[in-house]
Design a protein around this ligand. Sequence first.
Ligand SMILES: Nc1ncnc2c1ncn2[C@@H]1O[C@H](COP(=O)(O)OP(=O)(O)O)[C@@H](O)[C@H]1O
Ligand code: SF4
Ligand SMILES: [Mg+2]
Length: 357
Amino acid sequence: MEKNPAAGAPIAVDRPLLDIADLSVEYRTFDGVVSAVNGLNLSIGAGENLGLVGETGAGKTTTALTVLKLLPPRVGFVTGGRVVFEGRDLLRAPEHDMQTVRGNRISMIFQNPMTSLNPVFTVEQQIQGVLMQHQHLSKEEAKERVGAMLELVGISRRRALEYPHQFSGGMRQRVSIAIALSCNPKLLIADEPTTALDVTIQAQVLKLMNDLKSQFNTSTIMITHDLGIVAENCDTVAVMYAGTVVERAPVKDLFEDPRHPYTVGLFGSLPDPDSTKERLDPIPGSPPDPMALPAGCHFAPRCRKKRPECDEARPVLRQTAAGHYVMCHLAREDAGAGTGTGVGADAGVSSAGGDAR
Ligand SMILES: Nc1ncnc2c1ncn2[C@@H]1O[C@H](COP(=O)(O)OP(=O)(O)O)[C@@H](O)[C@H]1O
Ligand code: SF4
Ligand SMILES: [Mg+2]
């Protein structure tokens, strides 16, 4: 649910279910420090279907893992920000509480279904285990629910006693969706859930997720680099670049009126069905080295609209039209959309320079 803009209107979503504010995450490796997420702001409302898009390495998976506090231990570190879910900051929640949140309130579907499936247990044992642990069902009750969950994702309950390797890739992904949804989560994070699937199965899995969303009113964060999937399945889109959200808008607005030079470039890079050329206008250059980010705007080295001030100060995410947020010094702003009071400012981020790091 997007708020109507007024001068200085605050954040994008009414009563957000999840509100990520000024989040920064780094990986400390032998080679150096990778700044994977850099002052990221993102909210999602109840029942909202948000597409999170961006090139490989933009920090999408890291953001998802941070929400669930599943960053690799001793390597991944949150260096700042808040992840407020249902009114409490998960970053400050003890691990014991997170075990209840994971799977129960927030579920994740991974790109590779084998990440969430255990090869040595049958599908029945795995779904049953989740139901007994999170929903406190008895063994018999859980067993009965397993059949229902499998049928919900289009798999015969007779196959419940089989092992993951006995299923095709598409079916495994549907099993992992059944597991993710078996506790009726409030938020489902799907990280490139269809990338490994062929086109027909991909369509089936997406339809299934949409059906389930309307049935359970689950909010969804759909992580993908496929803008076609976003167009067909999401209400809003957030575009990530170099570890931060550079533009966020209702789907229609983003497709019809992209305002960040990176987003404009992304759309220019889409294959044109009427053209014999593969790509029309690819973005020159490549994303910045996350071990040595530019001082000002992170997109500056590739930006055709760059001005001298872009190298000096990092822009903040600010509202430029109803629910349309852009992180660019030069972004066009509709009358009455607010003057520099962006999401970052609302979340307590310094708006001068904007770089929280
Ligand atoms: N375990 C890790 N150790 C070190 N660097 C990592 C690790 N995981 C991801 N990264 C780096 O963090 C950045 C963000 O990665 P990621 O969140 O996976 O992006 P995306 O999901 O958008 O492709 C990339 O530069 C990636 O190489
Ligand atoms: S702030 Fe400057 S460099 Fe960055 S996207 Fe906008 S115009 Fe380009
Ligand atoms: Mg990823």
